[in-house]
Design a protein around this ligand. Structure first.
Ligand code: GCB
Length: 907
């Protein structure tokens, strides 16, 4: 086992390597010499990890475990959350690491600082319990010196017992995101002098900077410092505040001298001299001052501790009629919510990727992020400060509460930790504490008991509200509610927070997009004094699914574009709406979800590995201040379609998004005309030919703004005998959508009914889905494939499929999955209108399949032979004679035959 031997030289190297983003308060030291008095050493390498699924995993069990080396951030769920097996490991994991502490002088204090462990942690030093923490999203600090071995007695061991088991006393209880277990944020070892800023203040750095009065002429900065003297002598100390501007020039400084008796702790308040003509912080100019707060021993002149904070000077307000104001001017808050996970990494995401997310928001023209549904890595808010993105942060009370004292205490503690740890970020304007807390009301069959439950929710909200205002009177409070207006209102939640957030999905989970504007107006009419923010709205867009006739819940990018256009228009035209956060910045893990991309919520404007979807570009067109033009579907590279009648072209729409009034589209050098933009988009009908197709969009403004793209198109002749090159079809049945298989570089197109000379199905109808939302197909996770959409639709009662192909050798692949029956699942809570209808009874389905007169599948019973919702592929090699074509017959034995998809490849 490797150990970290920390000598002073290595310490300073490690500080230089790791300090960025980990111990931001120490950046000062990088430019100068090592930070006086305090060291911060990243402890992210050379950990050993083991899972322990025994029911009472305790210290005594660990010697039997198999350990393997890991580095932090780490999660044990990165793989099991996306497999075909429902559920993921929610239990105990152990982390262990050795380190030497002899090099620290005896009088120094040592602490371990954990930025985030999900969700319960016990920290043992040399097998003695040194600290505990409940809650997966906030930092905690454990003092460790009294557990360390005496100098010269060898290495010390850190052992952390982590569990992400369900615990009814810790929020979140349920949610539409995955509760990845592990030490998934960074860990630091801190050493301080005996006199230092406190590390006992719920993970804060012991220094609070407020700007109680700011206007364009002057600004007041006041600083609260929490000091500790852990030595056994009384000390006279100078606590000094030094404010530097962005260029590093001294703006003002202020020193207080005070005495701290041995063992004493003190809170010091210092009001700095008024700054005149302050440079204000805003999204357009996120100007940051630096405040250095230090403690010096008056007698020796030695600096004992120093913390640096960035400070942005700004003032803001929410108004129920006219929206949000920053620095006295109206500003519509526009942006997205953000979850913290990433493709194949779970929540164990390196800092640079987290910072990039904020850059995506900025590049989109956004000025707001809702950090949902829990506090995130410290680097995220630091990036917001630096980029000029306003932010809300919230604790993870999601869907429901537990009516226990322990649950309430944990929630309140999380709220305090969140506020104290993030207090100094100028980007934060809102503290939130509940998300859709009435979504899963308990006691539905006992109304009187349910009223008591509601009363408990109300009381918890009131307590959190009071606590938040006390902790930070300078910001606003917020609660995010789902669209059940009357219930939140009746129960008395709508007037508790200072800003009410609504998560609205009209036109997605229910109703139509036209209902969205009506809801906003109802809010304004019924709650005229309550400022409002649209905390969520969105539609899934699986980047692999496209449609020329998009409908709700088909998961097509095209439907999402239409959805967002309506929402953006409605939000932007109402001044009383302070702003909105699209749900979500990026696709994210949601283990319990199935649908086209199982275990992933596809409402992101970016994919889960952060590739922009068309919807992201639409936001750029709506929000960018600079001229913007983009061929929206540029990232849909593998295209295709059936030719227009007997021609060699296939005409399909291409969408350009722009904030310019008009644009011209050139196709292979030829103009397709100038068109005016509507809802920041323009469509042209483009006659695609087989192979490469070049498009150029030119925005008409004083200057020319262009975007070009080259797309690959596969034309299918409407009559196979006219096909140039080899015949090659990938056809979905019962679907109106297309599916892009990026790995195979092919596009699956929707099927059509047979006409002579062409190809298509005979008989049957599309499978109509298992609930009211889905207009066609199933949302079941199809096992044994990651091309679920190929199997989620089908033609039920099909009698035949015909291809009038010329003679030759062919490979025919038939794709089946039994969509009915099998284990039934509970309706997902976040299907917000709860309109899940029970699935049709399971059917006894047996049929034969005959191809060109020859029996291929006799008494085929998909469910019995392969299981429910499981991908089945049948490959048939064929020799076709002149004028014979291909005829696939489906002959019922019991129930109705089905076909989900098929492929034909000429050999
Ligand atoms: C919501 C929830 C959010 C879900 C979202 C959805 O209202 O607040 O956690 O992810 O809906 O996509 O259903």
């Amino acid at each position: 086992m490797l150990t970290v031997i920390l000598n002073k030289k290595i310490i300073s190297q490690l500080i230089c390597i790791f300090v960025f983003g980990l111990c931001p308060q120490l950046l000062f030291s990088l430019n100068r010499k090592a930070t006086p008095g305090r060291q911060c050493i990243a402890l992210n390498q050379d950990w050993y990890f083991s899972k322990d699924s025994s029911a009472d995993a305790s210290l005594s069990t660990i010697s039997h475990l198999a350990w393997h080396k890991v580095s932090l951030p780490h999660t044990w769920n990165d793989k099991d959350v996306t497999d075909d097996q429902p559920g993921y490991y929610r239990g105990v994991g152990w982390y262990r690491k050795s380190f030497a502490a002899d090099q620290f002088p005896r009088n120094e204090k040592l602490f371990l600082s954990f930025n985030g462990i999900n969700q319960e942690a016990e920290v043992f030093i040399n097998r003695k319990l040194a600290g505990k923490h409940a809650g997966g999203y906030t930092r905690f600090v454990v003092p460790i010196d009294r557990f360390l071995k005496a100098p010269g007695k060898g290495l010390n061991e850190i052992l952390v017992r982590v569990t992400n088991r369900f615990n009814e006393d810790i929020a979140p209880l349920t949610a539409d995101f995955t509760f990845f277990g592990g030490i998934y944020r960074e860990v630091n070892l801190l050493s301080t002098e005996s006199v230092h800023f406190t590390l006992k203040d719920d993970g804060s750095d012991g220094v609070y900077i407020s700007t109680p009065v700011v206007d364009s002429a002057s600004a007041h900065i006041s600083v609260k410092s929490l000091l500790e003297n852990n030595s056994n002598v009384s000390k006279v100390l100078n606590v000094k505040q030094v404010v530097l501007d962005k260029a590093g020039k001294l703006v003002t400084s202020y020193t207080t001298t005070l005495r701290l008796a041995a063992g004493e702790q003190k809170e010091l308040h210092q009001n700095l001299k008024t700054l005149t003509n302050p440079r204000l912080w805003s999204p357009a100019n996120p100007y940051l001052y630096q405040v250095f707060t230090s403690i010096t021993d008056q007698q020796t002149g030695e600096t004992l501790d120093r913390i640096v904070n960035a400070v942005g000077l700004r003032w803001f307000k929410f108004d129920a009629n006219t929206g949000f104001y920053l620095n006295g001017k109206p500003l519509k808050l526009m942006g997205a919510s953000r979850h913290q996970d990433y493709k194949d990494m779970g929540n164990a995401v390196p800092a640079y990727l987290q910072i990039k997310d904020m850059e995506w928001i900025k590049r989109m023209g956004g000025n707001f992020v809702r950090i949902a549904h829990y506090p995130q890595d410290p680097v995220v808010l630091k990036a917001c400060d630096e980029l000029g993105i306003l932010a809300s942060v919230e604790i993870p009370i999601v869907n429901a509460i537990t009516e226990s004292e322990a649950f309430s205490l944990n929630c309140k503690h999380m709220q305090v930790e969140m506020i104290r740890q993030n207090f100094n970020h100028p980007s934060i304007i809102l503290w939130g504490y509940m998300n859709e807390v009435l979504l899963r009301p308990k006691f539905t069959s006992d109304k009187p008991r349910q009223e008591i439950y509601y009363q408990h929710i109300r009381e918890l909200a009131q307590e959190l509200e009071k606590l938040t205002r006390k902790e930070d009177p300078g910001r606003y409070t917020m609660m995010a509610c789902h669209g059940d207006f009357d219930r939140y209102n009746r129960i008395g939640l709508t007037k508790i927070p200072q800003v009410l957030g609504w998560n609205l999905y009209q036109g997605w989970y229910s109703g139509s997009t036209a209902d969205f504007g009506k809801f906003l107006d109802k809010h304004h009419l019924d709650l005229p004094d309550q400022p409002v923010l649209i905390t969520e709205y969105g539609a899934d867009a699986d980047p692999r699914i496209r449609s020329q006739s998009p409908v709700r819940f088909d998961k097509s990018v095209e439907y999402a574009i239409k959805f967002h256009q309506v929402y953006l228009n409605e939000i932007l035209k109402r001044p009383f709406v302070s702003g909105a956060a699209a749900w979500n910045l990026a696709d994210f893990n949601s283990e319990t979800r199935e649908e086209t991309m199982p275990h992933i919520n596809n409402k992101g404007l970016l994919t889960i590995d952060r590739k922009p979807k068309d919807t992201y570009h639409l936001y750029q067109a709506y929000l960018s201040k600079k001229p913007f033009i983009k061929i929206a579907s540029a990232n849909w590279y593998y295209r295709g379609g059936i030719n227009d009648s007997l021609l060699a072209t296939c005409t399909q729409p291409v969408t350009v998004v722009t904030n310019l009034d008009a644009a011209e589209l050139f196709y292979n050098g030829k103009s397709l005309g100038i068109k005016k933009a509507q809802d920041r988009a323009i469509q042209w009908e483009v006659p695609f030919i087989n192979g490469k197709n070049n498009l150029k969009a030119v925005g008409i403004a004083k200057q020319k703004f262009t975007d070009t793209v080259s797309l690959l198109f596969k034309n299918y002749a409407s009559q196979p005998s006219n096909q140039t090159g080899k015949i090659f079809y990938n056809i979905l049945l019962g679907a109106n959508r297309m599916f892009i298989d990026e790995k195979a570089r092919i596009l699956w197109i929707p099927g059509k009914a047979y006409v002579a000379g062409s190809w298509g199905f005979l008989g049957g109808k599309p499978y109509s889905g298992t609930n009211n939302r889905i207009l066609y197909g199933s949302d079941k996770d199809i096992k044994q494939t990651d091309m679920d959409p190929v199997y989620q639709t089908q033609q039920v009662g099909i009698t035949a499929y015909k291809f009038d192909v010329p003679k030759g050798n062919y490979k025919l692949i038939l794709h089946f999955a039994e969509l009915l029956g099998g284990p039934s699942k509970e309706a997902l809570a976040y299907n917000l209108d709860n309109n899940h209808k029970p699935e049709e009874q399971e059917v006894d389905r047996v049929f034969d399949v005959r191809v060109n007169g020859q029996m291929y599948l006799k008494n085929f019973n998909i469910a019995k032979q392969y299981g429910y919702a499981t991908a089945v592929k049948k490959v048939i090699k064929l020799k076709v004679d002149n004028n014979q074509g291909i005829q696939i017959e489906f002959l019922p034995v019991k129930g109705l035959p089905v076909l989900n998809a098929l492929q034909l490849v000429q050999q």
